[in-house]
Ligand binder design. Structure first.
Ligand SMILES: C[S@@+](CC[C@H](N)C(=O)[O-])C[C@H]1O[C@@H](n2cnc3c(N)ncnc32)[C@H](O)[C@@H]1O
Length: 266
């Protein structure tokens, strides 16, 4: 079982903006004038980074008139990337207060304050009216939320009839124990990895049908080659680096980077 406090504790960390600015300064960027492209190595908290966000958003049929909901928006990297790519409004909601504070600052520095709004709240109880959004997305969040039925029902509630919801999560695709730490959880009590069928059943129970499913493991492999080149090898007797551990589970065929796209009944 995952508790909201334990999840927020896992992700919390003050000084995120300062750390990003220090890294950018080393690369010669002016923190006063940023873009989602410049920020991408630091504010996209999912496998594949900005390339994965662009691929995923391209499958959501967005246009500049769309108002998109980003469930579990983190520090707003994907929300800013999509707003800049499409020119549409994006509202993000996330449990972790530090991410929302950092995200507001980064959004302002990108000059995207008119399009992107981030607010704190739970995906299981969102402060939005019924049928508020024609599109919703969720990237690498379901692994922290055990109540998939409640999650999909809440997204379906705020989605307009005929609206679409895209999920990009790490999902369990074969039997086998999941070992920790993972990037989303230091231990099993904060993790709620599920199978695609669990999401699909929860979506159907909420009045959403699966339109298409993609296994993005191949794209994830390129990402890991790049990320793991910066990580030292695991020493014997030590816990593995979370990304190295995740890569090993993907290579073993236990976990897969999976996209699911749902459509709400019209
Ligand atoms: C791995 S990060 C992904 C963030 C963002 N989607 C991205 O790709 O950059 C997972 C995020 O899910 C958020 N989260 C987990 N459980 C949540 C919940 N019940 N309600 C809202 N946000 C949640 C965490 O606070 C964290 O920001």
């Amino acid at each position: 079982m995952t508790s909201a406090d334990a999840v927020e504790d896992h992700y919390s960390g003050r000084g995120l903006v300062e750390r990003i600015f220090a890294a950018l300064a080393e690369k010669g960027h002016d923190p006063a004038s940023l873009t989602p492209d410049i920020l991408a190595p630091y504010d996209e908290f999912h496998v594949g980074g900005m390339a994965a966000t662009h691929r995923f958003a391209g499958r959501l049929a967005l246009d500049p008139q769309t108002h998109l909901l980003d469930v579990g928006c983190g520090a707003g990297g994907p929300a800013r990337a999509v707003a800049a790519m499409i020119g549409c409004r994006v509202t993000g909601i996330d449990l972790t207060a530090d991410f929302i504070t950092a995200g507001a600052e980064l959004t302002a520095r990108c000059g995207l304050g008119d399009l992107v709004t981030l607010q704190r709240g739970s995906a299981l109880e969102m402060p939005f009216e019924d049928a508020s959004f024609p599109r919703a997305m969720m990237l690498h969040v379901g692994m922290n939320i055990a109540d998939k039925k409640g999650l999909l029902a809440e997204v379906a509630r705020v989605l307009a009839p005929g609206g679409r919801f895209g999920i990009y999560d790490m999902m369990q695709v074969a039997d086998g124990a999941v070992g920790f730490p993972m990037p989303w959880a230091r231990s099993a009590d904060v993790s709620a990895v599920a199978r695609p069928d669990d999401y699909i059943a929860a979506g159907e129970a909420a009045g959403m049908r699966l339109v298409v499913k993609h296994d993005e493991t191949e794209a994830a492999e390129g990402f890991f080659t790049h990320v793991l080149a910066t990580k030292p090898p695991t020493e014997p007797g030590r816990a593995p680096d979370p990304f190295r551990n995740l890569a090993a589970h993907i290579e073993a065929g236990i976990l897969a980077a999976t996209e699911l796209f749902f459509q709400k009944d019209g």
